[in-house]
Design a protein around this ligand. Structure first.
Ligand SMILES: Nc1ncnc2c1ncn2[C@@H]1O[C@H](COP(=O)(O)OP(=O)(O)O)[C@@H](O)[C@H]1O
Ligand SMILES: [Mg+2]
Length: 246
């Protein structure tokens, strides 16, 4: 099972939009896919119209008791583990278990034979949970809005990976919510876009992605063949190609 974490310490950069559309693309390509919503806000579950069972909570998650709480989606090959409100304290709970950065590895090992790909929609922070995410992931995929602060938070991620002594190779970025009419965006892409860590594909700022909250479906379903659907399909293809080279 390959683990792709959609991670950034910044909020509002397009992580959840990416996790939802990428998991759909992954499942469409025939891979048995599990999307795990790690963010207590539960947006990924919302987009897929799935709520956690009342009996689920952080304690069961930490025990690795995931299978009873995994839900099927409307789509073939795609299951979802919805976030629970109690996930907001996952960091504190992880700390209470000795502060190891390897807890997620143990937790997800119980589903490793069931799925080809596990996609994590991560909350925006830089904590022990983030360290666990970086350790467990085969690829940490970071959406970067082409602005100074977004670049800065990616630089901090590189620093954290170095501290954890994980290979920089697993850190992969792409430009998200791109608006080429903005000088800041085109200048930032010109400056950083050629770096090895950045994918070639850019996800433009598109109203159809914003409207996912209304349709509550991946864009490939709500607006098939639209620029948004095509952009995320290309993102999936490039991510998979890159992943197989890691
Ligand atoms: N490519 C895009 N174009 C337009 N709006 C986007 C795009 N990506 C995300 N959004 C919107 O921006 C907001 C934040 O995106 P989201 O995926 O929730 O970010 P994060 O998970 O990083 O907090 C949401 O309202 C979402 O619909
Ligand atoms: Mg999110």
């Amino acid at each position: 099972m390959k683990i792709i974490a959609i991670y950034s310490s910044k909020g509002g950069v397009g992580k959840t939009a990416t996790a939802v559309n990428l998991s759909y693309g992954c499942a469409r390509s025939g891979k048995k896919t599990l999307l795990c919503d790690m963010d207590p806000q539960g947006a990924a579950g919302y987009y897929y119209r799935i709520r956690p069972k009342d009996s689920f909570n952080r304690k069961l998650f930490l025990k690795g008791d995931l299978e009873p709480f995994i839900r099927g989606t409307d789509f073939e090959n795609l299951d979802l583990l919805p976030a629970h409100f109690s996930f907001r304290n996952l960091d504190i709970a992880l700390d209470g278990r000795g502060g190891s950065a390897k807890e997620l590895k143990r937790i997800f090992s119980c589903v490793k034979d069931e799925y080809d790909v596990l996609i994590l929609d991560c909350p925006p922070n830089m904590t022990l949970l983030s360290e666990n995410i970086i350790m467990v992931a085969d690829m940490v995929l970071t959406p970067v809005i082409p602005t100074t602060l977004s670049i800065l938070s990616f630089a901090q991620l590189i620093k954290l990976a170095d501290k954890l002594e994980v290979s920089r190779k697993k850190l992969v970025a792409f430009f998200s919510m791109v608006d080429k009419r903005k000088n800041m965006h085109s200048d930032t892409i010109a400056k950083f876009g050629k770096k090895k860590m950045f994918l070639a594909i850019e996800i433009p700022y598109l109203a159809d992605v914003e409207k996912m909250g209304l349709y509550r479906q991946p864009v490939a379903v709500s607006v098939p063949a639209s620029p948004a659907a095509i952009a995320y399909e290309q993102l999936w293809l490039e991510v998979w190609r890159k992943g197989s080279q890691l």
